[in-house]
Ligand binder design. Structure first.
Ligand code: ADP
Length: 433
């Protein structure tokens, strides 16, 4: 029998006993009145407890659970226990939710949760930055009204696996984000966005590179094929003319060879699995060799001098020779007759600096940051005339990078340029004594 019935029976028995005792002492009317009075008191007590329960139920979080004895006491204790169990369960769910939202917040990708009608339910900070959303402001709004993209509504409606859209925010030029829509649960969707700016850039560089190489090869090939066509049409040409044509063809073929050699050098240098040799060599010897090479190329048109403090440099002599020689050759090619070129090795705050200073044509400032890009030239015609491939400085940059060295360029148009390779202290053994 439930615990409320026994106390009730006891109380009713007490009411009956009270009524009977009063009846025996003061007559039956007094007995009935006494029983009725006790019953009334019991009713009032129940009503008072009911009222307290009702009051407490209106704000169970804010008020203490009422105190009582007997059956009402048991009810209140049971209620109190239930409430505690519910509190604990809620705290557990809240903690799980917190961990989940922290994990979603830590995601390097942007995440946007949508309800079954494509309203935003939640988004992380990365999504805010990438897609220009604002969590607090945009929750509950239709995502298609916030991300303005052609075909976006259709893309969200279909949410096909493996399909993505590219988003280029109008206020952040050059940035590209990829968005994917994933279905989950009951017709809910998750938008995932990630930054593909670097991938896009690499793809553009690759495309430009292929276009540039094709263009560079096409020019000499067109010249050669033109001469061949001419020879086929006129099998007995004037010997002087045919010699001239062969010389021109030879020149173009050499140009292509030079270009292919530079391309092979670049691709070898870009292979990061092949580290440069680490040998210690005398910088002075190397610079004297290079100045001799420069003089040969100049053919007496420039004054080429060296200023070198003795030192040992650690790295691949072959690669560094190619880098230094490229800088010296450029100085000869871009310095008009009568100009001065100085090859220098000096120590600067413990670092070793190789520099080539010329009194040449100089470079306008806006071109300087781009000079080491493949095929970048300030004056295409002048570079070609002097046998340039447009790859020299990017080869230099790669070689220096492989030696943890940096390239500094200072130039004034019409006055001259200084290209400096700066080596870290640990690669240089300074002059002794
Ligand atoms: P290129 O084969 O065209 O010389 P580089 O990569 O060696 O290619 O150089 C890129 C461009 O930098 C050149 O086309 C030229 O415009 C400029 N440049 C390089 N060195 C010098 C220099 N010493 N003086 C002036 N311009 C230079």
């Amino acid at each position: 029998m439930p615990s409320v019935w026994i106390p009730l029976l006891i109380r009713l028995a007490a009411v009956a006993a009270g009524g009977l005792v009063a009846g025996a002492l003061f007559g039956s009317v007094a007995g009935a009145l006494t029983a009725a009075a006790i019953l009334l008191l019991m009713l009032l007590s129940h009503t008072a407890h009911l009222a307290r329960l009702q009051r407490w139920l209106k704000a169970p979080e804010q008020r203490e659970i009422p105190d009582a004895w007997g059956a009402w006491g048991n009810v209140f204790v049971d209620l109190y226990r239930m409430l505690r169990r519910e509190h604990k369960a809620r705290a557990r769910i809240e903690a799980d939710l917190e961990v989940f939202s922290q994990a979603a917040e830590a995601s390097p990708d942007g995440l946007v949760f949508l309800d079954n009608e494509d309203h935003i339910v939640w988004c992380n900070r990365v999504a805010e930055q990438q897609l220009g959303l604002r969590g607090e402001r945009d929750v509950g709004l239709l995502v298609t009204n916030l991300i303005r993209l052609p075909r976006f509504a259709e893309f969200i409606a279909n949410a096909r696996e493996g399909e993505s859209l590219q988003y280029r925010p109008p206020d952040r030029k050059g940035r590209v984000f990829s968005i994917e829509a994933i279905r989950f649960g009951r017709d809910r969707k998750l938008l995932v966005s990630f930054d593909v700016t670097q991938i896009e850039k690499a793809e553009t560089v690759r495309r430009d590179f292929v276009a540039n190489v094709s263009h560079e090869l096409r020019t000499p090939l067109t010249v050669i094929s033109g001469f061949i066509e001419h020879m086929v049409e006129d099998p007995a040409p004037d010997p002087a003319e045919s010699k001239h044509q062969l010389v021109m063809m030879d020149e173009q073929a050499r140009r292509m060879l030079h270009l292919v050699d530079d391309l092979l050098t670049l691709s070898r240098l870009e292979d990061e699995t092949q580290l440069p040799r680490e040998e210690e060599f005398d910088v002075r010897d190397l610079i004297f060799d290079i100045s001799a090479e420069g003089r040969r190329l100049s053919g007496g048109r420039h004054s080429i001098t060296c200023e070198v403090v003795p030192a040992l440099l650690k790295g691949s002599r072959e690669e560094l020779r190619s880098a230094f020689s490229n800088l010296a050759t450029n100085a000869v090619r871009y310095t008009p007759e009568g100009g001065r070129i100085l090859l220098r090795w000096q120590m600067r705050e413990g670092k070793g600096v190789f520099s080539v200073e010329d009194s040449g044509i100089g470079i306008p400032e806006e071109h300087i940051p781009r000079l080491t890009e493949r095929f970048y030239r300030v004056d295409r015609g002048r570079s070609r005339e002097s046998g340039g491939t447009g790859l020299g400085l990017s080869i230099v940059k790669h070689i220096l990078l492989r030696h943890q060295a940096s390239l500094e360029i200072a130039s004034v148009p019409g006055v001259g340029s200084t290209f400096s390779a700066v080596f870290p202290t640990w690669r240089v053994t300074p002059p002794q004594g």
